[in-house]
Each structure stands twice: as structure tokens, then as C-alpha cells.
Design a protein around this ligand. Structure first.
Ligand code: SAH
Ligand code: SF4
Ligand code: F3S
Length: 470
């Protein structure tokens, strides 16, 4: 009850209430930022994209690589100037650091950066109104990086109305895999799955508000094992089947998956569930068994390739995407060649690749034989050249084909709209804005590296009428 009473008092305390949220990192942070905005709305905050216009600035941060974490401190440097400029005009600015850097560094952020008022970890966003109240009323700097017993999702307000026809829903959080390079198990905690009923209710609300495509999110989304309405544990495949029943929902996707959790029913779903899109992000990280073992991935290169064969047997046209790390400690030229060989064998539609970045507190950071930056850069360039070639080939393959595109937004050029193919490629076409939010068949006429362009086909019915009229 107190969490309801206090925000009302907070509402009285602040006059203009605008929040600016800046998001770094993965899609789960994008989702969290939306939920943060929704948690602040009942206490009177509206969003602004101008930091100098904001009474509250939230940095939703990422800790995955050193560069990502550093960005936060350079951003805080800029915000210090902004805060004092606003102060000179008699305006107060509250600065909150959320996300994975908040979780990893906690009170250290406040020590290092006096400009910060609130540090809040990813499990505590529902407590933000309370934290704000404490920061305001008591003038204190507050840190909340606990993993509370209560379910934050159950305490967040229901989803608000959205502009876009696509949406994320986090269905699973945390990771128990402990890959030796990765901070996520430390910043997001152990694997927890949300109950099916809560996810279905959220999806239905989104669809009623105009959403046509939902991407289910989790650090290890295919390890989903949530409580079903029948009291049993449901798998991701079963959850996807239930969501596919929602009328008006046209497309389902999920990300990110671990190869070890690609269960038989989920593979089968790619053949059976008509709303499940033919796209799968399945990080492999490396192609050398020695490196895979040192990374604690608990599968071999051959296991991965055989898994891909099973997935392609269920859905031959599936587009595969991946994450790959170069320069893991001890990676030899031969190990790196094994990564290139795996990439050549699998043929990815697209992939993300990174130089290994030692992260504090992770086992790999303590290993001898850290790889020279120049070697990492050279390997990354070679890998990216190969991946780019594969991506171009995949996109070229689409030319001449007709495929359904869900139009999401206006394009950069006048009269142009942009959507996504089933394979998650961006597709540009000439079309009226009223088509945004709709699926249309598009004949693909050209392919760039990162996008396609095409011509919207008239619907078969209209085509017939026109033909008959002639
Ligand atoms: N849960 C996902 C990915 C989480 S992080 C999974 O298991 O695949 C996204 C990607 O960042 C990882 O797949 C990995 O390729 C990369 N990454 C994680 N830690 C890293 C590090 N220390 N250095 C470089 N890349 C890293
Ligand atoms: Fe990190 Fe590995 Fe977990 Fe992915 S599976 S989040 S890479 S520890
Ligand atoms: Fe970054 Fe945290 Fe996501 S470390 S990648 S924001 S889970």
C-alpha cells in the first residue's frame, strides 16, 4: 500500500515532471526502459527526448564489454555540466543509473560520480517511485541493487498504449550458464521464468493496442520453463503455441537462445507454428572445441553444426544469426581458423562479432595468455569480411522473390515505408503511410548489405478485379 501512497505525495512535490531515458545494451534493456517509463507515468512523469528538458534522467546501462561500461561514465561527465547549467536556472535534475552497470558496480558509481542520485538494479524498477521519493524528500542518494523476493513484473503497471506495431516481452531473465567470459549471470542473476498467464495477458493487451509482432526476450529465452495455467511447467515451444492462438497477432520471434537449450519441441515448432518467423539467433561464440570448452559453452563445434542441420530439416529456409567472439584468452591462429571454418559451413544470414573484452570478476579475465589487441583487431576484420559476404549473399538470394513484409514506420525518403521480411531483413518500398502496421506481399527488387527494397503487390482480390475490368 505504501508504494501507492508515497508516489502521490511525490507527484505533489515536483512541478514539471519529465523523464529522459537513455538506453544502452541489449533488447532486454530496451524492454526495461519502456517498463521504467510506464512505472513513472502514474506519478506524473511524461517522456522527453531532450535531456536538458528533463527533471529526471535515467541511464539504462550495459556492462557486457569494457567499452559499453565506459560509455556510462563519459555520459555522466556530460550530465554533470547539464545538471549544473540547469541548477543555475533554478532547476533540479535527478540522475539515476539503472541496468547492468548499476547492478555490477552499485554504490561504487555514487563514489566515482557525485552527479548520480539513484542507482537501481534491473530487478528493482518497480521500486523506482519509492526510490525517487527517498531521493527527493530525504535528499539522500540511494542505491537499490538487491534481488528482491517479489516479482518485479507483478508490481509494474500494465503495458501502456504503443506507437509501434512490434513489441518485446521479457519472458525469462537471468542466466545460470556461466560462460567464463560473461558478466550476465552476475548482473541479471539466476534464470527466472515468468508465468504463462502473465505473458499471455501482456500479449493480449499489446495486440488489442495494435501490435502485430511480438518478440519474446530472455538472456536464455529457450531455457524458458514457466508455470502454465494447468500448474505444470511449460516450455518455450508450448508458450509460443499458446501465443499463436491470439487473434490479430501475426508474427512471433524469440531471442536469445543457447544451443544447449534448443529442445526437440522448439525445433519442431519452427516447422509447425505458422506464426513463428523463420529466423533464429543462436550464438556459437567460437568454432574451436578447445576454446568452446574454455568458454564453458558445454558443446562442440560438431554439436552446433548438427543442431543447425536438425533446425534446417524442420524449417529449410530459416535465417540463422549468431554472436562470435575473437581473441578469447589462449586463442591460437588454428583456433581462429576453426571459427572461420564453422562460419563457412553454417552460412549465417547475419551475425554480431566482438573482440574479447576481459570483464572484472569473470573467470576468463584471470587467465594467462590474454591476446594482443592488434591480433584481435586483425581476426575481427577477417571474420567480419566473411560474415558480410554471407549476409550479402543471403540478401541477394531474396531478389525476385515475393514475401510478406510487416510495415513498421515511414522511410527516410518521402513516400517510402519500411518494414521487416520474415527473415528480419529491413525492406523499403514506396507506399502510403496507412499501410504502417499492416502486412503486405512485396516483390523484392534489390538488395543492399543491410536492407532490401521492393514493390508492394496489390492484393490478389484487387488484382482480379482490375484484370476483369480490363
Ligand atoms: N545470452 C546471450 C548473449 C548475451 S551477451 C547468449 O548466451 O548468447 C551478447 C553477446 O555478447 C554474447 O553472445 C557474446 O558474444 C558477447 N560477449 C559477452 N561477453 C563478452 C566479453 N567479455 N567480450 C566480448 N564479447 C562478449
Ligand atoms: Fe552470458 Fe553465456 Fe549466459 Fe549467454 S549463456 S548470458 S553468454 S553466461
Ligand atoms: Fe548488456 Fe546487461 Fe544486456 S550487460 S547485453 S544490458 S543483459
Amino acid at each position: 500500500m505504501s508504494s501507492v501512497r508515497k508516489p502521490k505525495r511525490l507527484r505533489d512535490m515536483v512541478e514539471a515532471k519529465r523523464v529522459h531515458i537513455k538506453t544502452f545494451g541489449c533488447q532486454m534493456n530496451v524492454y526495461d526502459s519502456e517498463r521504467i517509463a510506464e512505472a513513472l507515468a502514474p506519478i506524473g512523469f511524461t517522456q522527453t527526448n531532450r535531456p536538458d528538458d528533463a527533471d529526471l534522467i535515467v541511464l539504462n546501462t550495459c556492462h557486457i564489454r569494457e567499452k559499453a561500461a565506459e560509455k556510462v561514465y563519459s555520459e555522466l561527465g556530460r550530465l554533470r555540466q547539464l545538471k549544473s547549467a540547469r541548477q543555475a536556472e533554478g532547476k533540479r535534475t535527478t540522475i539515476a543509473v539503472a541496468g547492468c552497470v548499476a547492478q555490477a558496480e552499485g554504490a561504487e558509481i555514487i563514489r566515482r560520480s557525485p552527479v548520480v542520485d539513484i542507482v537501481v538494479g534491473p530487478q528493482s524498477y518497480h521500486r523506482l517511485p519509492d526510490l525517487l521519493f527517498r531521493a527527493f524528500q530525504e535528499g539522500r542518494r540511494v542505491v537499490d541493487t538487491e534481488f528482491p523476493d517479489e516479482d518485479k513484473f507483478a508490481h509494474l503497471p500494465p503495458r501502456g498504449k504503443r506507437q509501434s506495431c512490434t513489441a518485446f516481452i521479457t519472458v525469462q531473465e537471468g542466466c545460470d550458464k556461466f560462460c567464463t567470459f560473461c558478466v550476465v549471470p552476475y548482473t541479471r542473476g539466476i534464470e527466472v521464468s515468468r508465468p504463462v498467464a502473465a505473458i499471455v495477458a501482456e500479449a493480449e493487451r499489446l495486440v488489442a493496442g495494435g501490435v502485430r509482432e511480438i518478440t519474446l526476450l530472455g538472456q536464455n529465452v529457450n531455457a524458458y520453463h514457466g508455470e502454465g495455467p494447468d500448474g505444470r511447467t511449460w516450455s518455450l515451444a508450448r508458450l509460443l503455441a499458446r501465443l499463436a492462438e491470439i487473434e490479430g497477432l501475426e508474427r512471433l520471434r524469440y531471442t536469445t537462445s543457447h544451443p544447449r537449450d534448443m529442445s526437440a519441441d522448439l525445433i519442431a515448432a519452427h516447422g509447425d507454428n505458422p506464426k513463428l518467423m523463420p529466423y533464429l539467433h543462436l550464438p556459437v561464440q567460437a568454432g574451436s572445441d578447445r576454446v568452446l570448452a574454455a568458454m564453458n559453452r558445454r558443446h562442440t563445434a560438431r554439436d552446433y553444426i548438427e543442431l543447425v542441420e536438425r533446425i534446417r530439416a524442420a524449417r529449410p529456409d530459416i535465417a540463422l544469426s549468431s554472436d562470435i567472439i575473437v581473441g578469447f584468452p589462449g586463442e591460437t591462429d588454428e583456433d581462429f581458423e576453426a571459427t572461420l571454418a564453422l562460419v563457412r559451413e553454417v552460412e549465417f544470414a547475419q551475425a554480431f562479432s566482438f573482440k574479447y573484452s576481459p570483464r572484472p570478476g569473470t573467470p576468463a579475465a584471470k587467465l594467462d595468455e590474454q591476446i594482443d589487441e592488434a591480433v584481435k583487431a586483425e581476426r575481427l576484420a577477417r571474420l567480419q569480411a566473411l560474415l558480410n559476404e554471407q549476409q550479402q549473399k543471403f540478401n541477394r538470394h531474396a531478389v525476385g522473390r515475393t514475401m510478406p513484409v510487416l510495415f513498421e514506420k515511414p522511410g527516410r525518403n518521402d513516400g517510402q515505408i519500411v518494414g521487416r521480411s520474415p527473415y528480419l531483413q529491413a525492406v523499403h518500398a514506396k507506399g502510403e503511410r496507412r499501410l504502417i502496421g499492416q502486412l503486405r506481399e512485396v516483390e523484392i527488387s534489390a538488395a543492399e548489405r543491410n536492407s532490401l527494397s521492393g514493390v508492394i503487390k496489390t492484393t490478389p482480390d484487387r488484382g482480379m478485379t482490375v484484370a476483369m475490368g480490363v
